[in-house]
Design a binder for this molecule. Sequence first.
Ligand SMILES: Cc1cc2nc3c(=O)[nH]c(=O)nc-3n(C[C@H](O)[C@H](O)[C@H](O)COP(=O)(O)O)c2cc1C
Length: 529
Amino acid sequence: MIAVRYHDSTKHHFNRFAPSLGYLDWATQPNPFRRYEGAPLRALSRAPLASDVPYAALFTNDVPPHAVGDDSIGEFLRCSMGLSAWKQYGQSRWALRVNPSSGNLHPTEAWIVHDGRVCHYAPREHALEERCVIEPEQRAPVGSTNVFLVALTSIVWREAWKYGERAFRYCQHDTGHAIAALRFAAAMLGWRMHLLPHWPDTEVAALLGLDRDADFADAEREEPECIAIVGRDPGAGIPEPKAFTQAAREGKWSGRANRLSSGHVTWPLIGEAVAATRYRDATEEPRTNGSLIPDPGSVPAPPSLPNTANARSIILQRRSALAFDARGVLSRDAFLAMLGRLRPGAPPWDVIDWPPHVHLIFFIHRVQDVTPGVYAFLRDPAVRGEWQAVMRPEFLWEEVHDGFFLLVPIDTGRIANRLSCDQDIAEDGFFSLAMIARFEEPLRRRGEWFYRRLFWECGMIGQTLYLEAEAAGGRATGIGCYYDDPVHDVLGLSGHAWQNLYHFSMGLPVEDTRLTSEPGYQWEESRTP
Ligand SMILES: Cc1cc2nc3c(=O)[nH]c(=O)nc-3n(C[C@H](O)[C@H](O)[C@H](O)COP(=O)(O)O)c2cc1C
């Protein structure tokens, strides 16, 4: 399988990193902002719409829904894919976004299909670029006003510029983070959101005009990732792709993609992995396990702390910590509530249609009344027997909380640091963790396209924990750099049944006082989010 070959080739080893240039070619640094020159630009609303939603309400699906319209779509994008700050150090100035990205390279682009228009989101301007306008008589499938589609694409070169062959993995993590960011923004507006699992990637590409070669003459292509339906009651009519793409093909298109880099390095294995992991057609085994859309009635309420935090503030203040203060301690209740957020059912988990494939190994450093050590957290309790059989026989498997097992009581600071590419953020926080995915079996049974979804699930776990960290008064950081097989060795795992796909850390942040910070949009200068 190409996905497995790609995965193995892009592992970091103690004595050898995955293939990359090994240096940064600043002359070809990609522009972080894709624009479609010549496409009409429509400014989105700048007024906050949902400032009074409590953070805890993001997980309960009972926020009164806003009407779908330009204002609310503007707020949806602002609070998921918009800019959250401009940072400056010396002569360098760079934007940060609501969604995180490996190396802040932001390969993920967002698209909106609503009211007869296919639009690309331009986050710097907080505006929609109208790529395609569909004639009123053709609009039937795309004309519904109380729901809309949101799609995500990746410009893989943005990540490959820095990370070489491993970059495709990071694009998929980032897609997962963005899916969860969109889902949380939708929840804030009282909306449901569901990925459309039966849409082949070629149809997504056709709808967004990604296959219009002439519009990308010398510009980097966008790779379709996923498409979702959003609104008050999106389960009511699941759109079929053909009608949409037919209407779009006959629409009026404008704009040409800007070129992001003056030069490119080709990583052939990335090209193979991209092609092998596309979802091809609706006749393959559907992405779903049964019904296309999860039953909204089946959302269990996760245990949560009484929390008065404001959803919009938490979403907009999310940041990656650059360093942690090793004296910070997380309360046990806050920690256990976080575990509850990672169980399937409530947002963001109702956006996807597959059961948990990713479970966690925690390196607990400083959580009140939790003995430091290595722990397993199973998002599906049925996995316990399997993990116990394939991991080290000396692991204790002592259940300290529902689905949370002590494996080894030990000071894990140095081990966690070493395994996460010798990064102090894995050691100095409350905890760090490894995300271990069921790997070979779903790729064989469902298809190689599921490789991407395993990373999306990891990104969604990360995004949930980023927000949880802010709500608990801490901060988090995604960790894409880790030594793959050494983590497997520590756990006693061999073969490809389970693979480690992402690391993550949380703690009390130490601010970098050398950086100056401005708001993401100058019109928000005088306003607190
Ligand atoms: C998939 C992924 C992998 C990351 N890997 C690392 C890492 O190994 N080390 C690190 O310090 N930060 C890592 N980060 C954090 C990014 O550097 C950070 O998201 C980016 O600089 C943007 O900053 P922000 O999260 O504050 O918006 C990662 C983030 C993501 C989403």
